[in-house]
Ligand binder design. Structure first.
Ligand SMILES: [Fe+2]
Ligand SMILES: [Fe+2]
Length: 242
């Protein structure tokens, strides 16, 4: 090989070595990551300490799987559903820093983790936008991935989220969550409807209380459902409320 062509080969090799490694990151990669494990665990402990409902591995996994299922049922590509799953799993990771602005701090944490794991920038951009927009105070659905995460997150109302061991000191959030014996997101791809189905034990909490604390969440969920071209339905104790 001539000197010129050897130099050219070396140049290409150096370029290849300098390029960031891009990898198809999966939920399993994210779930096994030591930084994710530590931050989710600590964030959940802090939320419990501050009297919030459960925000740990259970909530993260549930939001991940519901977000993925919503997109798959509506016919979105598998990889888009996987990104919704990853965003769903990481959406509350910012709680490790502070509850306030946890959507935004979580997006930065997710960016660091996902880049380190090798996800390409375009995919990262969808995931961090979904995380940064998941809260009703300042979020909005900005992509199908983001809409799926919002719907999955707002649907998680269940008695297993209550961490306060003393029912006598339950606040309204504890009461409403504790009264929810079943909650389910029903996606009907043919009718283009997405329904929140909740069974509430009305001896523990009135349906009005559910509305009192969940109205703003319902509104962002409805916007997210519309973003996906569907109609939102809320069904409490088998009664269609809207
Ligand atoms: Fe959140
Ligand atoms: Fe959440």
């Amino acid at each position: 090989m001539s000197k010129v062509s050897t130099n050219a080969v070396n140049k290409v090799k150096t370029k290849e070595a300098a390029a960031p490694q891009v990898k198809l990151v999966t939920l399993d990669d994210v779930r096994r990551d030591p930084q994710v494990i530590a931050y989710l665990k600590r964030g959940a402990e802090q939320m419990a300490l501050l009297g919030f409902t459960e925000h740990g591995e259970r909530h993260a996994s549930l939001v991940a799987s519901i977000a993925r299922n919503i997109l798959l049922r509506l016919g979105y590509p598998e990889r888009q559903a996987q990104l919704a799953e990853i965003a769903g799993y990481l959406h509350d990771i910012g709680n490790v820093i502070h509850r306030e602005n946890h959507a935004h701090s979580g997006a930065f944490i997710a960016q660091e983790v996902l880049r380190r794991l090798g996800m390409d920038y375009e995919e990262v951009s969808y995931v961090i936008a979904a995380i940064g927009n998941h809260e009703e105070e300042r979020g909005d659905p900005v992509s199908p991935i983001s809409a799926a995460v919002i719907i999955a997150d707002k649907a998680d109302v269940h008695r297993s989220r209550v961490q306060n061991p003393d029912p006598l000191s339950f606040d309204i959030h504890d009461r409403v969550n504790y009264s929810a014996k079943r909650s389910f997101v029903r996606v009907d791809a043919e009718k283009r409807t997405i329904a929140f189905e909740v069974d509430i034990d009305t001896s523990l909490s009135q349906v009005m209380e559910y509305f009192e604390i969940f109205m703003t969440r319902m509104l962002i969920a409805r916007r997210a459902v519309r973003f996906l071209g569907c109609k939102f339905q809320l069904r409490i104790n088998d009664i269609d409320l809207f």
